[in-house]
Design a protein around this ligand. Structure first.
Ligand code: ADE
Length: 236
């Protein structure tokens, strides 16, 4: 899969190449990450990419010409263009899965007070927000997508199990996990996890998963279709 990030700060985005799972996905050729410096398409020799808003108002806007030419420099028939913006649909795990199955995504990271809206109206497929707050630019949002999508690519994580069981995989938060030692300063690991009874452990984990979700994110349960076993646990 290919991800192209259009940004005024390519060196910031490129830092992600050096780390952990994203770095490995790129190193193994599973992710092709490209950055495009929007300033390469500036309107003049002063490398200007922004201007005052028509109608007045605070701040500067990124201009249409550099952005559209940056998009056109990488866009193919199979590309989808996403604008990182607090006005977009809020990102979640389902959206990451959808993005993972695209061949080429172009992530437009804006700056200043925003971008000329003709870009959004005519050149953007979708806007994506990473939460209901405002950042100084879209770079961190693009990096969130790069990270979240990379770990979903085939063969990037050691085992499919790691995301079958994790929070948000099946609409529930993950169950609590423990590792050695069995006891630390009187704090003990739940006995059942040491029992070796796999079916009991599975049931315990599902119960804990539901409990966790009820306590921390009850809103997730509103949209979830529960199976019979999950319904029985919720009734208790
Ligand atoms: N740019 C500024 N704020 C943002 C947000 N919350 N999500 C995505 N892009 C942004």
């Amino acid at each position: 899969m290919k991800i192209s990030v259009l940004t005024l700060f390519p060196e910031f985005i490129n830092k992600i190449r050096d780390f952990s799972i994203v770095g490995r996905a790129i190193g193994e050729g599973k992710l092709d990450l490209e950055t495009v410096d929007i300033r390469d398409f500036a309107i003049n020799k002063y490398l200007q990419v922004d201007d005052y808003p028509y109608g007045g108002g605070p701040g500067m806007l990124m201009q249409i010409k550099p952005i559209v030419e940056a998009i056109e420099s990488v866009k193919k028939n199979n590309s989808k263009v996403y604008y990182m913006s607090p006005q977009g649909e809020v990102l979640n795990q389902d959206k990451l899965k959808e993005l993972r199955s695209e061949e080429h995504i172009i992530l437009l990271s804006g700056h200043y007070e925003g971008i000329d809206n003709r870009v959004v109206e005519n050149y953007v497929d979708e806007e994506i927000s990473i939460g209901d707050y405002v950042l100084t630019g879209g770079e961190l949002a693009s990096m969130v997508i790069i990270d979240g999508v990379s770990r979903l690519l085939d063969g990037v994580l050691a085992s499919d199990e790691s995301f079958k069981e994790e929070s948000h995989y099946n609409g529930l938060l993950e169950y609590p996990q423990y590792t050695r030692p069995k006891e630390f300063r009187g704090f003990e690991v739940p006995d059942i996890l040491l029992s070796g009874d796999h079916e009991k452990i599975r049931k315990y984990r599902l119960r804990e998963s539901i409990k966790n979700t009820l306590q921390k994110r009850p809103d997730l349960l509103e949209n979830k279709i529960l199976n019979d076993e999950e319904k029985d646990i919720l009734k208790d």
